[in-house]
Design a protein. Structure first.
Length: 361
């Protein structure tokens, strides 16, 4: 079989060494004679896994002492609802930046629980997608929080500035960029992420929340989504997604071994540069995103002639380059190049793109 490079946006590829370790210990985990999926989440062995994963994530992201780290069910979208339930009252306003599909989805869900107000939207600059900073006067200091998505997985739009929100806590959906580069956690009220892009199997989500924001949930909040309930039970209010948590722990160990998020940032920059250079140096391929707002995790690109899309995808797949079809909202192609994607995979894609252009363009 040709080596496969998987560019899926999510669930996305995991580090092969992590999968090999999981396979090796699948049937007989820690000499228990059982798999990690078959042991009590409250037993010492699993608790050690759970604690170690938290410790390693705290180390990787330099999470300050006054933050809780929660491992929850429900992926990224669970927190579209859990955030308003935990951080606001029904009469409150929540502020939102809308830079693409996911941050837009968060507004729709928040409107069930509070009064969302959009204070910044994706615009165009030089005919390309561009995200502007909201102006300070737009930030109502009585708002419960300001929600944004620094990396839009579908649209490939990203920005690394932080909205200046004064006292209003920042809430970031980092599902597709968590652990891809260093960030200053102390600037945020809440960071959440579905696991299936940069952390592990789908279903799990990670929440990092400043402790003064815990314990204020609306009365009707289901306990399973109540951050206080999760914080006080060590994320074991009910049975957590144990296998996903275990696998996330293996990914954290792998990240530490790679040199942590600093090393990842360098690696991710190099991959993204390689791909964007190939797009920019050709008139056959195009990016619709302004260079100042381009994601280093998700790279959508279009063929000048969309009637060649299917041929491109078929031939790429035959070459071992899979899951390159763009999101149905955007069309064209999308290469997701999360932490686990090696530079070699991106180089192979670029070679294929250049070869395809020569043959067909
Ligand atoms: C994938 C993704 C989500 C949704 O994750 P689910 O686990 O499917 O709920 C939310 N936000 C962003 C930015 C994502 O990339």
């Amino acid at each position: 079989m040709t080596q496969v490079f998987n560019f899926s946006a999510g669930p996305a590829m995991l580090p092969p060494s992590v999968l090999r370790q999981a396979r090796e210990e699948l049937l007989n985990w820690q000499e228990s004679g059982s798999s990690v999926m078959e042991v009590s989440h409250r037993g010492d062995a699993f608790r050690a896994v759970a604690t170690q994963a938290e410790t390693d994530l705290r180390k990787l992201m330099q999470v300050p002492e006054n933050y809780h780290v929660l491992f929850t069910h429900g992926g990224g979208r669970a927190h579209f609802a859990a955030v308003p339930l935990n951080l606001s009252n029904p009469t409150d306003t929540s502020l939102h930046l809308v830079s693409g599909s996911w941050s837009k989805g968060a507004v729709a869900e928040a409107s069930k629980f509070n009064h969302p107000k959009v204070v910044g939207e994706l615009t165009q600059k030089d005919g390309l997608d561009f995200m502007v900073k909201p102006v300070e006067e737009q930030i109502d200091q009585r708002a419960a929080y300001l929600h944004f998505c620094p990396n839009e997985t579908v649209d490939g739009v990203a920005y690394d500035w932080l909205p200046e929100s004064g006292k209003v806590p920042l809430v970031a959906d980092m599902s597709s960029c968590i652990l891809s580069k260093p960030i200053d956690v102390s600037k945020y009220g809440v960071i959440y992420a579905g696991a299936q892009k940069n952390i592990g199997p789908s279903g799990l989500s990670v929440v990092i929340i400043r402790d003064d924001l815990v314990g204020r949930a609306q009365r009707n909040t289901p306990s399973i989504f109540d951050y206080n309930e999760l914080a006080t039970t060590g994320s074991m209010y009910n049975t957590p997604p144990t296998f996903s948590w275990y696998l996330a722990g293996l990914v954290f160990k792998w990240l530490l071994k790679q040199g942590g998020v600093d090393a990842m940032a360098e690696h991710n920059q190099a991959k993204a540069k390689c791909l964007y250079d190939a797009i920019d140096n050709s008139s056959f391929y195009q990016s619709r995103v302004h260079p100042a707002c381009r994601s280093i995790m998700n790279v959508p690109f279009q063929l000048a002639d969309p009637s060649l899309d299917d041929l491109f995808l078929t031939q790429a797949a035959a070459d071992g380059l899979v899951a390159l079809k763009g999101h149905r909202f955007v069309g064209g192609m999308r290469a997701s190049i999360y932490n686990a994607m090696p530079l070699e995979g991106v180089q192979r894609l670029v070679e294929f793109m250049q070869d395809f252009e020569r043959r067909v363009g």
